[in-house]
Design a protein around this ligand. Structure first.
Ligand code: RP5
Length: 163
């Protein structure tokens, strides 16, 4: 199954590419689209409604400002939807964070941090890894590497301040 990635504007691409880079690292297939809850609402709804039959297992939706894209995806599919609220000039991403995270009961969006594209990709892979041994191994190896890097940093800092 692929990850379906949508963003509200081509101006969101630089952040979204942190997610695609992470998916490339895992060797997980994806497709990427610019679809807007406000500028192309019908196309966005069609994408979500047809995603499952088009082989998509998880949707990642990135948007800034009045960020309704992830919610619009979730409204039109029962696939898991991960929302990435994006920073914008006026409110530093708080606008998008609240718009993405505050979904009404019954229509969930798993919201990652503001600009948290890398975590969105990791979470998408964790979801796809359910029932997929090869991906489970990759995600566990990735976690082990993060632990190793953190412990190595700890050793370095402890050594620097050792008395
Ligand atoms: C949102 O509005 C997009 O996701 C983008 O983050 C923001 C600004 O879009 P542009 O005016 O740069 O196209 O819908």
């Amino acid at each position: 199954m692929r990850v379906g990635i949508v963003m509200g504007s081509a101006s969101d691409l630089a952040t979204v590419e942190k997610a695609t880079a992470q998916l490339d690292e895992f060797g997980v297939d994806y497709e990427v689209h610019v679809l807007s809850a406000h500028r192309s609402p019908h196309e966005a709804a069609d994408f979500a409604a047809n995603a499952r039959e088009n082989g998509i297992g998880v949707i990642i939706a990135a948007a800034g400002m009045a960020a309704h894209l992830a919610g619009a995806m979730a409204a039109n599919t029962t696939l898991p939807v991960i929302g990435i609220p994006l920073t914008s000039n006026a409110l530093d991403g708080m606008d998008a964070l609240l718009a993405t995270v505050q979904m009404p009961s019954g229509i969930p969006v798993a919201t990652v941090a503001i600009d948290g594209a890398k975590n969105a990709a990791i979470l998408a892979v964790q979801i796809l890894a359910l029932g997929n041994e090869e991906l489970t191994t990759k995600i566990n190896d990735h976690r082990a590497a993060a632990t190793e890097a953190s412990l190595a940093a700890n050793a370095e800092v402890e050594a620097k301040f050792a008395r």
